[in-house]
Write a protein that binds this ligand. Structure first.
Ligand SMILES: [Zn+2]
Length: 130
């Protein structure tokens, strides 16, 4: 725990979402939004499927970007009505050296990042992606 009440509550909420709501987390090489525009993504939450897809960074899955992408998608799930902009600013503050998660808290989330990539998905049959 960080000793900061709001931050520790945030940690607990995201851990709950991760453990009780998210069904699967997939690591993908070159993750893209599954429509005709195929724009590159760092992460994607498929709301109806309770699945998170994470892009494998070119420099390997130890890269800090992947952890912030996981937190970003968990925030979408936890705070369903928040805008993309609100989620991004929250994500930023949770990774700020002064206001953000402790290394121990970050390591907790990092354990959930898959080691191996998958070939299939995401697909557009699943609605409500963010
Ligand atoms: Zn987002």
């Amino acid at each position: 725990m960080s000793g900061d009440r709001l931050l520790d509550d945030m940690f607990k909420v995201l851990v709950e979402v991760l453990r009780k709501e998210i069904r699967a987390i997939y690591l993908k090489k070159d993750l893209r939004y599954p429509d005709k525009y195929r724009r590159a993504l760092d992460g994607l939450l498929i709301e109806d499927d309770a699945a998170i897809y994470l892009n494998k960074p070119k420099h390997g899955s130890e890269h800090p970007l992947i952890l912030s992408s996981l937190i970003h998608e968990l925030l979408h799930r936890a705070l369903g009505r928040s805008s993309e902009w609100e989620i991004r600013s929250l994500e930023k503050s949770l990774f700020d050296r002064r206001t953000g998660f402790t290394n121990e808290q970050k390591r907790y989330f990092a354990k959930y990042i898959p080691k191996h990539t998958v070939k299939y998905g995401p697909n557009l049959d699943m609605k409500g992606s963010k």
